[in-house]
Write a protein that binds this ligand. Sequence first.
Ligand code: GLV
Length: 328
Amino acid sequence: MNKPAILVARAIFPEVLAQLQQVFDVDYNQGDEVFTPAELNHRLHGKVGALTAGSDRIDAALLQANPQLRIVANMAVGYNNFDVTAMTAAGVLATNTPDVLTETTADFGFALLMATARRMTESEHFLRAGQWTKWSYDMFAGAEVHGSTLGILGMGRIGQGIARRGAHGFGMNVVYHNRSRLSPELEADCKARYVSKQELLQTADHVVLVVPYSAESHHTVGAAELAQMKPTATLVNIARGGIVDDAALAQALKDKRIAAAGLDVFEGEPAVHPELLKVPNVVLTPHIASATVKTRMAMAQLAADNLMAYLLRGQALTPLNTPSGPAA
Ligand code: GLV
């Protein structure tokens, strides 16, 4: 009997690819070329499943051109590259990789907060450039982390992980804002107090963004929000590019409207707003918040397990929708 045909759209751990090859006829991309929408469409022809990353957009036009498709498994917790409504209507299951990356991503969010507040990359560049000729009392004096106020916008699993690190590890006063308020038990566990977005922006010493990207959350932080923050505050974005208006942020950093920022995600990445590259008070990392070997392996495995569980046994592990259209 023919094996079901799938596409693994980006390079993946060879051992996970080998597992998929045992049960599927796999078209793969170990050269890790980023497909254009037309190339992705072409490579999906005849495939019933696909393993994708955030760079692969699954939309109505692509689904219409590939009516045989039954599941797309994203190797990411975020899935703003999916038009889930169109997938549901087309009978295509969408899956993501929640939970396996929560603590690792929270670690990174906290690391970025620390690096930003304590000016780690800025001071390293200074040292590497041979500019360190003498010590001085205020050299790279940054913002206090322990005991300060941590504001978390977006209090899902990762936001809660950052809150716990701040409250329990660093004695921070944690405030948060979210679409829905946490249960009293979770608020107590995170030692976090629910406040309005405005109060959070006005009172936090460190603002961390962990909101999922959607049309509604586009530019959650722009010039107006930056203007409400303390001039001594820092801003960290580990959510998605587009949550922050990067042009407005670059201007605010240039004007010292806020003290510093730490960014792991960018509008239009892998391109980075050229003005952000010019300002010293920003820590820039290339979308690596979940990047430990163990966690990336767990994400790849979960995406592969979703494909195998759904296509071979009819039940995915972490479904995002209930397909209602023709292919279900
Ligand atoms: C990474 O950004 C993810 O959504 O997993």
